[in-house]
Design a protein around this ligand. Structure first.
Ligand code: ADP
Length: 293
């Protein structure tokens, strides 16, 4: 299973990702964790990222895309992965699409954790206090001042991904204000609807009929994308070579995405997105009803 968790800092992505790791036997790929490890190890990437992260900005797209391109090829990710904190910009999402297509991998879902901004500061402060109480080092960016900047980065650069994945009929939104357990159950229901079950109660409860409930990603454009992917020639290069090549392609995708063109295509896609949003809501409602039965 391949999944993206989307949400502002403090929305609970890390907490939910850890639970999904247990339930589905997949790995959590957090670019934030990877970058923090790089900073601690003082690698060239870490040195580059350190000040940007401490200030609440975003590390350059090609850096994180390169990290992810290498990481998803590792054997422990073969069973699936949860992307937590990536993609964080539209060019990163486009690069990820290119990367997955090249590796003949498919995303199963993009789950947005929606929360009121008002609670985020409180949550992040609580996290910092708990970390301190455990005697561990508090993240340099878990301060009210930097959080404000991280939230601004989220609003400006990451929130547009909600439209991006909604336009691609991949998005499912969960109310991240609910208690942790309920958020987990809701995610379990969404994953069951795309045919993925874990060891959790919510997923076990779903009958095969319920599991076949149509998920947003299984309709319309996704179908033709599937067909196209099937037609694509199989990669024959040795794994190592393929990793390098795909990282290169992904980086190229980041570099070559013309800002103007993506803006224009976004504009063009808007009316269509509006039109599909209605049907999505209805089908989500229907799926919910079915699941409740
Ligand atoms: P958050 O709690 O804000 O979601 P993360 O642990 O995901 O924190 O990320 C911490 C910092 O690492 C970010 O503020 C940013 O500087 C950097 N970072 C993580 N992922 C990315 C990414 N995909 N693109 C750019 N920068 C990233």
């Amino acid at each position: 299973m391949r999944l993206i968790l989307l949400g502002p800092p403090g929305s609970g992505k890390g907490t939910q990702a850890q639970r999904l790791v247990q339930q589905y036997g997949i790995v959590q790929l957090s670019t934030g964790d990877m970058l923090r490890a790089a900073v601690a190890a003082q690698t060239p990437i870490g040195l580059k990222a350190k000040d940007i992260m401490a200030a609440g900005g975003l590390v350059p797209d090609e850096v994180v895309v390169g990290i992810i391109a290498d990481r998803i090829e590792q054997p422990d990710a073969a069973n699936g992965f949860i992307l937590d904190g990536f993609p964080r910009t539209v060019p990163q999402a486009e690069a990820l699409d290119a990367l997955l297509k090249q590796k003949q991998m498919k995303l199963d879902a993009v789950i947005e954790l929606r929360v009121n901004e008002g609670v985020l500061l409180e949550r992040v402060e609580r996290r910092a206090a708990e970390t301190r109480a455990r005697g561990e080092a508090v993240r340099a960016d878990d301060t009210p001042e930097v959080l404000t900047k991280r939230l601004a980065s989220y609003r400006d650069q990451t929130a547009p991904l909600i439209h991006y994945y909604s336009d691609h009929r991949m998005l499912a939104t969960v109310d991240g204000m609910m208690p942790i357990e309920q958020v987990t159950e809701e995610i379990g229901r969404i994953l069951a609807a795309v045919g993925k079950t874990g060891g959790n109660r919510a997923a076990k409860k779903a009958s095969p009929a319920k599991r076949s409930a149509k998920a947003p990603g299984k309709t319309g454009p996704a179908k033709s994308a599937k067909k196209a992917a099937k037609k694509a020639p199989k990669a024959t290069a040795p794994a190592k070579k393929a990793v390098k090549k795909s990282a290169k392609t992904a980086r190229k995708a980041v570099k070559t995405t013309p800002k103007k063109a993506s803006k224009a295509s976004k504009k063009a896609a808007r009316p269509a997105a509006k039109a599909t949003r209605g049907t999505r809501k209805t089908s989500a409602k229907a799926a919910k009803k079915r699941a409740a039965r």
